[in-house]
Design a protein around this ligand. Structure first.
Ligand SMILES: [Zn+2]
Length: 107
């Protein structure tokens, strides 16, 4: 991974974790500044490959713990998605939408 790409990824994670106040938006688990990097993931609601510039914008990201992240990833794996973890539901939780995320990614 190039240096600039690492920076884009780091900023994305920081922006998503800050907006979500270091809390998993799936189950409400609250992390801390010291542990957030290992305890939470900044999940891409619409896959990186389907978004302009990789979709590294807060409008396309949501903080999830490992267990919730797995539920959300079911969509990308083509498996049945547990209730509450479909992309449209995740966007609703953060007050965004695929359209909003796409527009933000194009800047
Ligand atoms: Zn969770």
């Amino acid at each position: 991974m190039s240096r600039s790409k690492q920076e884009v990824r780091r900023k994305f994670r920081a922006a998503v974790f800050a907006r979500d106040e270091l809390t998993c938006r799936g189950c409400g688990y609250a992390s801390t500044p010291e542990r957030v990097e290992e305890e939470l993931d900044a999940h891409h609601i619409t896959d990186r490959h389907e978004m302009p510039n990789g979709g590294y914008v807060a409008e396309n990201g949501i903080s999830l713990c490992a267990a919730c992240h797995q539920k959300a990833e079911a969509h990308h794996c083509g498996d049945a998605v547990p209730p509450g973890f479909a992309p449209a539901e995740l966007y609703a939780i953060i007050g965004s939408s695929e359209e909003t995320a796409r527009a933000a990614s194009e800047d």
